[in-house]
Design a protein. Structure first.
Lengths: 141, 250
Protein backbone atom coordinates (compact mmCIF):
# COMPACT_ATOMS: atom_id res chain seq x y z
CA UNK A 1 0.00 0.00 0.00
CA UNK A 2 1.51 3.39 -0.90
CA UNK A 3 1.76 6.32 1.48
CA UNK A 4 -1.26 8.23 0.18
CA UNK A 5 -3.58 5.23 0.42
CA UNK A 6 -2.24 4.50 3.89
CA UNK A 7 -2.86 8.05 5.02
CA UNK A 8 -6.40 8.07 3.65
CA UNK A 9 -7.16 4.78 5.36
CA UNK A 10 -5.77 6.11 8.63
CA UNK A 11 -7.86 9.27 8.40
CA UNK A 12 -10.91 7.12 7.76
CA UNK A 13 -10.04 5.06 10.85
CA UNK A 14 -9.73 8.21 13.02
CA UNK A 15 -12.97 9.67 11.68
CA UNK A 16 -14.99 6.50 12.27
CA UNK A 17 -13.65 5.40 15.60
CA UNK A 18 -13.22 8.50 17.72
CA UNK A 19 -16.72 9.81 18.39
CA UNK A 20 -16.82 13.27 19.88
CA UNK A 21 -13.19 14.09 19.10
CA UNK A 22 -12.73 17.60 17.79
CA UNK A 23 -9.69 19.03 16.02
CA UNK A 24 -7.94 19.89 19.31
CA UNK A 25 -7.66 16.16 20.04
CA UNK A 26 -6.98 15.04 16.50
CA UNK A 27 -4.13 17.51 16.05
CA UNK A 28 -2.49 16.14 19.21
CA UNK A 29 -2.81 12.62 17.84
CA UNK A 30 -1.27 13.61 14.51
CA UNK A 31 1.64 15.44 16.14
CA UNK A 32 2.33 12.57 18.52
CA UNK A 33 2.20 10.12 15.64
CA UNK A 34 4.88 11.96 13.68
CA UNK A 35 6.99 12.28 16.83
CA UNK A 36 6.87 15.93 17.85
CA UNK A 37 8.44 15.81 21.33
CA UNK A 38 5.71 15.80 23.92
CA UNK A 39 7.93 17.20 26.68
CA UNK A 40 8.26 20.94 27.17
CA UNK A 41 6.58 23.86 25.50
CA UNK A 42 7.49 22.94 21.92
CA UNK A 43 4.53 20.59 21.50
CA UNK A 44 2.12 23.35 22.52
CA UNK A 45 3.72 25.78 20.09
CA UNK A 46 3.52 23.41 17.14
CA UNK A 47 -0.05 22.44 18.05
CA UNK A 48 -1.09 26.07 18.22
CA UNK A 49 0.60 26.89 14.92
CA UNK A 50 -1.23 24.07 13.12
CA UNK A 51 -4.57 25.10 14.62
CA UNK A 52 -4.04 28.74 13.67
CA UNK A 53 -3.33 27.68 10.09
CA UNK A 54 -6.31 25.32 10.04
CA UNK A 55 -8.93 27.26 11.97
CA UNK A 56 -8.05 30.89 11.39
CA UNK A 57 -6.51 30.56 7.91
CA UNK A 58 -3.36 32.33 9.02
CA UNK A 59 -0.70 31.87 6.36
CA UNK A 60 2.16 34.16 7.32
CA UNK A 61 4.33 32.65 9.99
CA UNK A 62 6.40 35.72 10.85
CA UNK A 63 3.59 38.23 10.61
CA UNK A 64 0.69 36.30 12.06
CA UNK A 65 1.33 32.89 13.56
CA UNK A 66 4.52 33.46 15.55
CA UNK A 67 3.32 36.76 17.09
CA UNK A 68 -0.01 35.16 18.04
CA UNK A 69 1.72 32.24 19.73
CA UNK A 70 4.23 34.51 21.47
CA UNK A 71 1.39 36.61 22.81
CA UNK A 72 -0.58 33.59 23.99
CA UNK A 73 2.25 31.91 25.84
CA UNK A 74 3.40 34.82 27.88
CA UNK A 75 5.96 37.52 28.34
CA UNK A 76 8.99 35.27 27.96
CA UNK A 77 8.00 34.08 24.51
CA UNK A 78 9.32 36.19 21.65
CA UNK A 79 8.67 35.79 17.96
CA UNK A 80 12.16 34.54 17.22
CA UNK A 81 12.05 32.15 20.17
CA UNK A 82 8.73 30.82 18.89
CA UNK A 83 10.19 30.21 15.43
CA UNK A 84 13.24 28.54 16.86
CA UNK A 85 11.24 26.33 19.25
CA UNK A 86 9.00 25.10 16.45
CA UNK A 87 11.97 24.53 14.14
CA UNK A 88 13.83 22.52 16.79
CA UNK A 89 10.76 20.40 17.54
CA UNK A 90 10.40 19.53 13.86
CA UNK A 91 14.11 18.81 13.61
CA UNK A 92 13.95 16.46 16.59
CA UNK A 93 10.94 14.63 15.13
CA UNK A 94 12.77 14.35 11.82
CA UNK A 95 15.98 13.04 13.38
CA UNK A 96 14.11 10.41 15.43
CA UNK A 97 11.58 9.59 12.74
CA UNK A 98 10.14 6.14 12.29
CA UNK A 99 7.96 4.68 9.56
CA UNK A 100 4.97 6.81 10.57
CA UNK A 101 6.83 9.99 9.60
CA UNK A 102 7.20 9.04 5.95
CA UNK A 103 3.46 8.47 5.59
CA UNK A 104 2.89 12.10 6.50
CA UNK A 105 6.01 13.46 4.80
CA UNK A 106 6.94 11.30 1.82
CA UNK A 107 9.77 13.60 0.72
CA UNK A 108 13.13 12.60 2.05
CA UNK A 109 14.08 16.14 3.14
CA UNK A 110 13.35 17.69 6.49
CA UNK A 111 10.35 20.00 6.06
CA UNK A 112 10.63 23.67 6.87
CA UNK A 113 8.34 25.18 9.49
CA UNK A 114 5.93 26.31 6.79
CA UNK A 115 5.89 22.95 5.06
CA UNK A 116 5.33 21.06 8.28
CA UNK A 117 2.58 23.28 9.64
CA UNK A 118 0.74 23.54 6.33
CA UNK A 119 0.93 19.79 5.79
CA UNK A 120 -0.47 18.93 9.22
CA UNK A 121 -3.23 21.52 8.78
CA UNK A 122 -4.06 19.99 5.42
CA UNK A 123 -4.36 16.54 6.98
CA UNK A 124 -6.61 18.01 9.63
CA UNK A 125 -8.80 19.43 6.85
CA UNK A 126 -8.88 16.00 5.23
CA UNK A 127 -10.04 14.49 8.53
CA UNK A 128 -12.75 17.12 8.94
CA UNK A 129 -14.02 16.65 5.37
CA UNK A 130 -14.07 12.91 5.93
CA UNK A 131 -16.09 13.30 9.15
CA UNK A 132 -18.64 15.44 7.34
CA UNK A 133 -18.85 12.94 4.52
CA UNK A 134 -19.47 10.11 6.98
CA UNK A 135 -22.21 12.15 8.65
CA UNK A 136 -23.98 12.61 5.35
CA UNK A 137 -23.59 8.98 4.32
CA UNK A 138 -24.38 7.34 7.65
CA UNK A 139 -26.93 9.87 8.85
CA UNK A 140 -24.90 11.09 11.81
CA UNK A 141 -22.41 9.54 14.27
CA UNK B 1 -17.07 -3.64 19.03
CA UNK B 2 -19.84 -2.40 21.30
CA UNK B 3 -20.49 1.26 21.87
CA UNK B 4 -19.47 0.95 25.53
CA UNK B 5 -16.13 -0.66 24.72
CA UNK B 6 -15.41 1.99 22.07
CA UNK B 7 -16.36 4.72 24.49
CA UNK B 8 -14.08 3.34 27.14
CA UNK B 9 -11.05 3.36 24.85
CA UNK B 10 -12.02 6.83 23.59
CA UNK B 11 -12.24 8.07 27.16
CA UNK B 12 -8.83 6.66 27.93
CA UNK B 13 -7.45 8.29 24.83
CA UNK B 14 -8.98 11.67 25.71
CA UNK B 15 -7.63 11.40 29.23
CA UNK B 16 -4.14 10.79 27.89
CA UNK B 17 -4.40 13.65 25.40
CA UNK B 18 -5.66 16.01 28.10
CA UNK B 19 -2.46 15.55 30.07
CA UNK B 20 0.10 18.31 29.95
CA UNK B 21 2.55 15.88 28.32
CA UNK B 22 0.61 13.07 26.63
CA UNK B 23 2.72 10.00 26.06
CA UNK B 24 3.23 8.98 22.44
CA UNK B 25 3.59 5.27 23.20
CA UNK B 26 0.38 5.19 25.22
CA UNK B 27 -1.60 7.04 22.55
CA UNK B 28 -0.37 4.73 19.80
CA UNK B 29 -1.16 1.62 21.87
CA UNK B 30 -4.70 2.82 22.56
CA UNK B 31 -5.25 3.56 18.86
CA UNK B 32 -3.96 0.10 17.99
CA UNK B 33 -6.35 -1.38 20.53
CA UNK B 34 -9.24 0.51 18.93
CA UNK B 35 -8.25 -0.80 15.51
CA UNK B 36 -7.93 -4.32 16.81
CA UNK B 37 -11.39 -4.20 18.32
CA UNK B 38 -12.89 -2.65 15.21
CA UNK B 39 -11.49 -5.29 12.86
CA UNK B 40 -11.76 -8.25 15.19
CA UNK B 41 -7.97 -8.42 15.35
CA UNK B 42 -7.66 -9.12 11.64
CA UNK B 43 -6.45 -5.86 10.22
CA UNK B 44 -3.77 -3.38 11.12
CA UNK B 45 -3.80 0.32 10.44
CA UNK B 46 -1.27 1.25 7.72
CA UNK B 47 0.05 4.19 9.73
CA UNK B 48 0.09 2.63 13.18
CA UNK B 49 1.79 -0.52 11.96
CA UNK B 50 4.81 1.57 11.02
CA UNK B 51 5.24 2.76 14.58
CA UNK B 52 8.76 2.13 15.84
CA UNK B 53 9.92 0.76 12.49
CA UNK B 54 12.63 2.35 10.37
CA UNK B 55 11.46 4.48 7.46
CA UNK B 56 11.48 2.62 4.18
CA UNK B 57 13.83 4.13 1.64
CA UNK B 58 12.24 5.23 -1.61
CA UNK B 59 15.45 5.63 -3.65
CA UNK B 60 14.58 3.43 -6.58
CA UNK B 61 11.22 4.93 -7.44
CA UNK B 62 12.57 8.46 -6.98
CA UNK B 63 15.63 8.14 -9.16
CA UNK B 64 13.97 8.83 -12.46
CA UNK B 65 11.90 11.67 -11.01
CA UNK B 66 15.08 13.22 -9.51
CA UNK B 67 16.77 13.26 -12.90
CA UNK B 68 13.67 14.67 -14.50
CA UNK B 69 13.67 17.48 -11.96
CA UNK B 70 17.36 18.15 -12.60
CA UNK B 71 16.71 18.38 -16.33
CA UNK B 72 13.73 20.69 -15.87
CA UNK B 73 15.66 22.85 -13.39
CA UNK B 74 18.61 23.12 -15.79
CA UNK B 75 16.37 24.25 -18.63
CA UNK B 76 14.55 26.76 -16.46
CA UNK B 77 17.86 28.14 -15.10
CA UNK B 78 19.08 28.69 -18.66
CA UNK B 79 15.88 30.50 -19.54
CA UNK B 80 16.11 32.63 -16.40
CA UNK B 81 19.76 33.54 -16.90
CA UNK B 82 19.15 34.48 -20.50
CA UNK B 83 16.28 36.72 -19.47
CA UNK B 84 18.28 38.62 -16.85
CA UNK B 85 19.98 41.02 -19.33
CA UNK B 86 16.49 42.17 -20.39
CA UNK B 87 15.82 43.25 -16.84
CA UNK B 88 19.18 44.66 -15.95
CA UNK B 89 20.62 45.97 -19.19
CA UNK B 90 23.52 44.88 -21.28
CA UNK B 91 25.29 42.45 -18.98
CA UNK B 92 24.04 40.16 -16.26
CA UNK B 93 25.54 41.03 -12.88
CA UNK B 94 25.03 37.44 -11.80
CA UNK B 95 26.92 35.89 -14.66
CA UNK B 96 29.61 38.52 -14.10
CA UNK B 97 30.20 37.17 -10.60
CA UNK B 98 31.14 33.80 -12.06
CA UNK B 99 33.55 35.27 -14.56
CA UNK B 100 36.04 37.28 -12.49
CA UNK B 101 39.54 36.25 -13.30
CA UNK B 102 42.04 37.95 -11.04
CA UNK B 103 42.26 37.74 -7.28
CA UNK B 104 40.41 35.42 -5.02
CA UNK B 105 38.67 36.52 -1.87
CA UNK B 106 36.87 34.33 0.58
CA UNK B 107 34.01 34.74 2.97
CA UNK B 108 34.30 34.42 6.70
CA UNK B 109 32.26 31.97 8.73
CA UNK B 110 28.53 32.65 8.84
CA UNK B 111 26.76 33.80 11.95
CA UNK B 112 23.95 32.10 13.84
CA UNK B 113 22.15 35.16 15.20
CA UNK B 114 18.33 35.21 15.14
CA UNK B 115 16.22 37.89 13.52
CA UNK B 116 12.56 38.83 13.54
CA UNK B 117 11.45 39.81 10.07
CA UNK B 118 9.11 42.76 9.68
CA UNK B 119 8.44 44.80 6.58
CA UNK B 120 5.73 47.03 5.14
CA UNK B 121 6.59 46.03 1.61
CA UNK B 122 4.34 43.20 0.37
CA UNK B 123 6.83 42.18 -2.32
CA UNK B 124 9.58 41.76 0.26
CA UNK B 125 7.22 39.79 2.48
CA UNK B 126 6.53 37.45 -0.44
CA UNK B 127 10.22 37.05 -1.01
CA UNK B 128 10.83 36.44 2.70
CA UNK B 129 8.13 33.75 2.82
CA UNK B 130 9.81 32.01 -0.09
CA UNK B 131 13.29 32.30 1.44
CA UNK B 132 11.92 31.04 4.78
CA UNK B 133 11.46 27.64 3.13
CA UNK B 134 15.24 27.38 2.91
CA UNK B 135 15.41 27.41 6.72
CA UNK B 136 18.47 29.64 6.97
CA UNK B 137 19.70 30.49 10.42
CA UNK B 138 19.64 34.19 9.75
CA UNK B 139 17.58 36.64 7.72
CA UNK B 140 19.00 37.59 4.32
CA UNK B 141 16.05 39.55 2.92
CA UNK B 142 16.05 43.37 3.12
CA UNK B 143 13.13 44.91 4.97
CA UNK B 144 13.34 48.15 3.02
CA UNK B 145 13.05 49.11 -0.63
CA UNK B 146 12.44 52.43 -2.40
CA UNK B 147 8.82 53.36 -1.81
CA UNK B 148 7.66 52.85 -5.39
CA UNK B 149 9.45 49.53 -5.89
CA UNK B 150 7.24 46.77 -7.24
CA UNK B 151 7.87 43.05 -7.33
CA UNK B 152 8.03 42.04 -10.98
CA UNK B 153 9.53 38.59 -10.80
CA UNK B 154 9.83 35.90 -8.13
CA UNK B 155 11.18 32.50 -9.14
CA UNK B 156 12.37 29.51 -7.20
CA UNK B 157 14.23 26.62 -8.77
CA UNK B 158 15.01 23.46 -6.84
CA UNK B 159 17.80 21.08 -7.77
CA UNK B 160 19.18 18.04 -5.92
CA UNK B 161 22.10 20.05 -4.53
CA UNK B 162 20.23 23.22 -3.60
CA UNK B 163 17.75 25.92 -4.54
CA UNK B 164 17.89 29.32 -6.23
CA UNK B 165 15.43 32.09 -5.45
CA UNK B 166 15.44 35.17 -7.63
CA UNK B 167 13.37 38.32 -7.12
CA UNK B 168 13.30 41.33 -9.43
CA UNK B 169 11.82 44.67 -8.41
CA UNK B 170 11.37 47.75 -10.56
CA UNK B 171 11.23 51.32 -9.27
CA UNK B 172 11.28 54.80 -10.79
CA UNK B 173 15.03 54.97 -11.29
CA UNK B 174 15.78 51.37 -12.23
CA UNK B 175 15.77 47.74 -11.09
CA UNK B 176 16.80 45.69 -8.07
CA UNK B 177 17.72 42.03 -8.26
CA UNK B 178 17.98 39.76 -5.23
CA UNK B 179 19.29 36.20 -5.56
CA UNK B 180 19.71 33.56 -2.88
CA UNK B 181 21.32 30.30 -3.86
CA UNK B 182 21.87 27.36 -1.52
CA UNK B 183 24.43 24.60 -1.67
CA UNK B 184 24.82 21.15 -0.17
CA UNK B 185 27.36 22.23 2.39
CA UNK B 186 28.49 25.42 4.07
CA UNK B 187 29.09 27.93 1.33
CA UNK B 188 32.37 29.22 2.75
CA UNK B 189 33.32 29.58 -0.85
CA UNK B 190 35.88 31.40 -2.84
CA UNK B 191 35.15 33.92 -5.55
CA UNK B 192 37.35 35.39 -8.19
CA UNK B 193 37.02 39.14 -8.48
CA UNK B 194 37.60 41.57 -11.29
CA UNK B 195 40.12 44.36 -11.72
CA UNK B 196 38.39 46.69 -9.25
CA UNK B 197 38.91 45.72 -5.63
CA UNK B 198 35.86 44.51 -3.79
CA UNK B 199 34.83 46.84 -0.98
CA UNK B 200 34.39 45.03 2.30
CA UNK B 201 31.24 46.18 4.14
CA UNK B 202 30.75 44.61 7.51
CA UNK B 203 27.38 44.78 9.25
CA UNK B 204 26.20 42.80 12.28
CA UNK B 205 29.31 40.58 12.02
CA UNK B 206 28.52 39.70 8.42
CA UNK B 207 31.10 40.43 5.70
CA UNK B 208 29.55 41.78 2.51
CA UNK B 209 31.62 42.40 -0.61
CA UNK B 210 30.55 45.30 -2.77
CA UNK B 211 31.56 45.29 -6.43
CA UNK B 212 30.88 47.51 -9.39
CA UNK B 213 30.49 46.44 -12.98
CA UNK B 214 29.29 48.52 -15.92
CA UNK B 215 27.62 51.07 -13.71
CA UNK B 216 25.81 48.50 -11.61
CA UNK B 217 26.62 47.64 -8.00
CA UNK B 218 26.36 44.22 -6.39
CA UNK B 219 26.65 43.12 -2.77
CA UNK B 220 27.47 39.49 -2.11
CA UNK B 221 27.69 37.58 1.15
CA UNK B 222 27.30 34.16 2.66
CA UNK B 223 24.74 32.93 5.19
CA UNK B 224 25.15 29.31 6.24
CA UNK B 225 24.87 27.28 3.05
CA UNK B 226 23.44 30.18 1.04
CA UNK B 227 25.14 32.66 -1.23
CA UNK B 228 23.27 35.98 -1.44
CA UNK B 229 23.50 38.77 -4.01
CA UNK B 230 21.74 42.12 -4.31
CA UNK B 231 22.33 44.17 -7.43
CA UNK B 232 21.21 47.70 -8.27
CA UNK B 233 22.53 50.82 -10.02
CA UNK B 234 22.22 53.10 -6.99
CA UNK B 235 24.97 52.45 -4.46
CA UNK B 236 23.28 54.42 -1.65
CA UNK B 237 20.11 52.38 -1.98
CA UNK B 238 22.20 49.21 -1.96
CA UNK B 239 23.76 50.14 1.38
CA UNK B 240 20.40 51.07 2.80
CA UNK B 241 18.94 47.74 1.75
CA UNK B 242 21.82 45.86 3.33
CA UNK B 243 21.46 47.76 6.57
CA UNK B 244 17.75 46.99 6.63
CA UNK B 245 18.48 43.28 6.71
CA UNK B 246 19.90 43.60 10.18
CA UNK B 247 18.45 46.77 11.60
CA UNK B 248 14.73 46.61 10.74
CA UNK B 249 14.96 49.29 8.06
CA UNK B 250 16.37 51.98 10.36
Amino acid sequence: MNNIDGLIEHIDFLARNLPGFDETYVVKILLLEVGIPERGISFDYVEEAVLLWYRDSMRYLSKEIYPTIAKKFGVYATISQTERTIRLAITRAWENRDGIWEVYFPKSQKPTNTEFISRMAKILEMWRSHCEMLKRVEGGR
Amino acid sequence: MSFDEKESLSDRLKKELDKKEPDRDTVIQILKAVKKEESGGEQTDPVLERYGKKPQKEEKSNRSSVWKRVAVAAVVCLVLLSSIPNVFGSESIFTMIGQWTKEIFSFGKPSDKEFVYQTDHPGLQELYDEVAKLDLNRNVVPTWLPEDAELKQLDTQYAPNGATIFAGFSYTDGYVGIKIKTFDKDAASEYQKGAENAILYERADVKHYILENNGEWAATWIEGNAECVISIKDKDILYKMMDSIYFLGE
